[in-house]
Design a protein around this ligand. Sequence first.
Ligand code: NAP
Length: 248
Amino acid sequence: MEKMLAGKVALVTGGSRGIGKAIAMLFASQGAAVAFTYQSEQAGKQTEAELKQVTDKVKGYQADATQYEVAKDVVDDVVKTFGRIDVLVNNAGITRDGLLMRMTAQQWDDVMTGNLKSVFNYCQVCSTYMMRQRSGSIINMSSVVGVHGNAGQCNYAASKAGIIGLTQSLAKELGTRGIRANAIAPGFIQTDMTQALSDDVKDKWINEIPLRRAGEPQDIAQVALFLASDMSAYMTGQVLQVDGGKCI
Ligand code: NAP
């Protein structure tokens, strides 16, 4: 059976750890050329080495997703290196949690810039190439928190809800050019991001999940693979909740 992403070129932001790394590894194993970004060198180089065990069509970029000009340089180089860009996964994201009463303007700005402006940056730059190709799949990482809200995460929830509005608008703007845009809204997934939660909080979450387990990065990567592939050719503007059945 042919690999699901044979001949495609994918760019994953925040691909050095967690969900982004699982996506990069799965896409590579399914035949894609994979470019990915990160900020911290150690994890970035480690992931690049692991990807090279799977394919020689790999390139990592130490590149802050919040910087528009940096995003432009990365995407220009991806197209120069691999010839085109078929799939963009906007996965890079951060948390700076706190109740509204105690939240600083800096916490708000960091999350809106890290989670939402970064998505605008890569969508804008990549769509220019995708429009010329008249094809492309954009996958934006939202969260169940962006759909339902969460106490202590008003900045994060707002940024993730913003991603949904951005994605649905792009689907309407770019559909006629053959470009699809969809969002994934993961629930509780075991990564460094959720590692900081206490065992009590984790146990409480898991007890409320109908499938009675936390998600693994691979659970999200498999949905991203579907959205990246031609299996989802007639889907755009959708938000897929991948949360074991828990809707907060
Ligand atoms: P993670 O383990 O903290 O990994 C985040 C990745 O993003 C790392 O590779 C990190 O690299 C990169 N990154 C962060 N800011 C960046 C920036 N400005 N420029 C470039 N790279 C950047 O997080 P995760 O749990 O895998 O989450 C991935 C995405 O899924 C995020 O958007 C998150 O909001 C979303 N999500 C996660 C969960 C969950 O339960 N884990 C649930 C819902 C949604 P560096 O450390 O080098 O910056």
